[in-house]
Design a protein around this ligand. Structure first.
Ligand SMILES: [Zn+2]
Length: 198
């Protein structure tokens, strides 16, 4: 009996221990919450920079037009994707690789490009001749691709109409859209990206 009584902790001490435990848990929870909130605030303060999920293909890099996994290509309009795939196959048979430097882009990515262009040219009007707004860009709708190498650009300008692929801006020899029906004639080129479409 002697042993049993010494082993039993008095109820008041149990209560104290429970309060301490609850206090420690609460403090840990609050600390974790503070860390999460600080992280969210830091994310909001960080300026936007495009990620692969926004359609980014890292600068200087290009991917074969047959690549299917990157969002830049996977999120292209289905007809353009198929036309590009078929054109890439025909080009490959002639020893030319159709390499894509940009395809689908998120609206945030397009806005970021436009902001950068305004900064570069120091003038919104000039910037618009090279970069369309997110509302107008055919990259945001997945309806255009930019081709990297000069060889591939020349090949596509020469043969692209077979799949309805056309250069649409006179000042952008790399930018192609499915602007004609397969085998049809491409529409007359627009001067630049700021021109209104007919
Ligand atoms: Zn383009």
């Amino acid at each position: 009996m002697q042993i049993a009584t010494t082993l039993v902790t008095p109820p008041s001490r149990l209560r104290t221990a429970a309060f301490i435990a609850i206090g420690v848990c609460l403090a840990a929870l609050l600390a974790a919450l503070a860390l999460v909130l600080a992280g969210i605030a830091a994310d909001a303060a960080r300026p936007f920079s495009p990620r692969v999920a926004d359609g980014l293909i890292p600068e200087g890099a290009s991917v074969p037009a047959t690549e299917e996994h990157l969002p830049a290509l996977a999120r292209l309009d289905a007809d353009l994707r198929q036309a590009l795939r078929d054109a890439a196959e025909a080009a490959a048979a002639e020893g030319v690789t159709l390499d894509v430097t940009s395809g689908w882009r998120s609206a945030a990515f397009q806005q970021w490009l436009l902001d950068n262009a305004v900064e570069t040219y120091g003038n919104a009007e000039v910037a618009r001749q090279f970069v369309a707004t997110p509302d107008e860009s055919r990259h945001v709708t997945g309806q255009s691709v930019d081709i990297g190498s000069l060889d591939a650009q020349v090949w596509l300008r020469t043969h692209g109409t077979t799949w309805g692929l056309c250069q649409v801006y006179a000042n952008e020899p790399w930018h192609f859209e499915r602007a004609a029906s397969p085998g049809g004639a491409c529409p007359e080129m627009l001067a630049d990206a700021s021109a209104t479409r007919g």
